[in-house]
Design a protein around this ligand. Structure first.
Ligand SMILES: [Zn+2]
Ligand SMILES: [Zn+2]
Length: 189
């Protein structure tokens, strides 16, 4: 199982990193280009299925359809760069094989993991909890220090999703940008 697929420039590195693996399932934490760009390509290459939350299905076809807001100076800069990149990136379209939803278990795919719905950064943002680890997409960021999402469609929803994360039993949280965040650190966000 692969969670997220990186932006255009990561493709060669991804292929190298994935060389020892056979990917059967690609999960997208949300529909932004820097997570979904290589999804169609990798699904074809590995014969893998792709899944994301239904609420981001239209977004993944066109990242421009929803407004992105920012918090703070760093958020302002991230938003500016993101929008510029969105305007020059075309994500190859694909049909999701199935949709992800809050509470869904991945046992039918042979993975002992569970989906947690984390709307806010985008409406269809999700996380994946496996053992003591939780992959959180862009609900948390770790750029210039651990934080909540610095850009989002809905910051109030981000706040609620961060509270949900605090109630999980995971010990380590893996954001889409920057290194892992400990539970101790999360509880202060
Ligand atoms: Zn994002
Ligand atoms: Zn991102």
């Amino acid at each position: 199982m692969l969670v997220d697929t990186g932006r255009e420039s990561t493709r060669a590195g991804l292929l190298e990193a994935l060389r020892p693996w056979n990917i059967e399932l690609i999960l997208l934490t949300h529909g932004h280009f820097d997570h979904a760009y290589n999804a169609a390509f990798l699904a074809r290459k590995f014969g893998a299925k792709i899944a994301l939350h239904k609420a981001d299905e239209a977004l993944v076809r066109d990242n421009r359809i929803r407004a992105i807001h920012s918090r703070g100076l760093l958020g302002y800069l991230i938003r500016k760069v993101s929008i510029s990149n969105i305007n020059k990136t075309h994500i190859e379209s694909f049909e999701p094989d199935f949709y992800l939803q809050d509470g869904q278990g991945l046992e039918p795919f042979g993975v002992d993991a569970r989906i947690i719905g984390l709307p806010g950064h985008t409406a269809g943002s999700i996380g994946v909890i496996a053992g003591g680890a939780c992959i959180v997409g862009d609900t948390l960021m770790n750029m210039g220090g651990a934080s909540r999402a610095r850009i989002a469609e809905d910051f109030e929803a981000v706040g609620q999703s961060v509270e949900l994360l605090k109630r999980t039993a995971a010990e380590v949280y893996y954001p889409g940008h920057g290194g892992p965040i400990s539970r101790k650190r999360l509880l202060k966000l």
